[in-house]
Design a protein around this ligand. Structure first.
Ligand code: UDP
Length: 239
């Protein structure tokens, strides 16, 4: 089953908007179910998969921080929001008989597991899915940076960045019909043109550690599986 897998171990980043309504807000059960089915397909081909979930559908710290007193505390609320998405996704995956662990950088005893690299590597070897929650555990960071960090820590072969459009474009494809999709970009292209694919910390960390990134549309069926077996989807970012 494994012979046609290009990236044996992958880290999938799903932003909170991927769980929300048409405005990217709230919790849309149907979107969790769709994603869980796609993850199940990856699990069936024997690839090793870890998922980092965002929390922007519920709350982003930078926005709350401008209302309340403390950005640090606002970010803590944001980190908890990612745990909410992670637990919900876990529950739905388990409904599909997928073995899945929620590993959180923010400890919520009895509900999530702490991040211990040895345990995580063992889970991956056993082909269990890991959902990383709580971002990096530190304020002023994003879950994109957490995704790059976790991908490097678990020695992932690729980071799959799930978005709502099918890659990186020369301009906003929704507003500009003549915008073209890039097939391939270098890290430096993204950094120097500030292409806004991910935050710059995440791109720099990926560049330093030669972690390839594939930006793709999560709403197209089998895209996660296609990316893992090496079919061309979205935009590839590398050296
Ligand atoms: N967050 C944080 N540290 C991290 C990751 C996330 O403080 O390492 C907080 C931050 O407030 C952020 C929120 O959690 O706005 C949700 O994460 P993010 O905005 O990255 O979610 P996404 O945009 O991927 O949905």
């Amino acid at each position: 089953m494994q012979s046609n897998i290009k990236y044996k171990r992958a880290l999938l980043k799903v932003s909170g908007e991927g769980f929300g309504n048409e405005n990217g807000r709230g919790i849309e059960t149907g979107r969790f179910i769709t994603l869980a089915k796609e993850i199940q397909k990856v699990s069936e081909i024997g690839a090793e998969l870890a998922v980092v979930v965002g929390g922007g559908n519920i709350l982003r710290g930078a926005r709350l921080g401008s209302v309340g007193k403390s950005r640090v505390q606002a970010d803590q609320v944001g980190m908890i929001a990612t745990v909410v998405n992670a637990l919900f996704l876990q529950d739905i995956l388990e409904g599909f008989n997928v073995k899945v662990h929620v590993v959180s950088a923010v400890e919520i005893k009895d509900i999530t597991e702490p991040f211990k690299i040895r345990a995580c590597l063992q889970y991956l070897k056993e082909k269990d899915i890991i959902i990383f929650a709580g971002g990096t555990g530190n304020p002023y960071f994003t879950t994109d940076t957490a995704a790059a960090l976790r991908a490097i820590e678990i020695s992932a072969d690729v980071m799959l960045k799930a978005t709502q459009v099918d890659g990186v474009y020369t301009d906003d494809p929704i507003k500009n019909a003549s915008a073209k999709r890039y097939e391939k970009l270098t890290y430096m292209d993204v950094l120097s043109n500030r292409l806004g694919v991910m935050d710059l910390t995440a791109i720099s960390l990926s560049m330093e550690n030669k972690l390839p990134i594939i930006v793709f549309n999560m709403n197209e069926r089998e895209n996660i599986k296609k990316a893992i077996i090496g079919e061309s989807v979205g935009t590839y970012i590398g050296e």
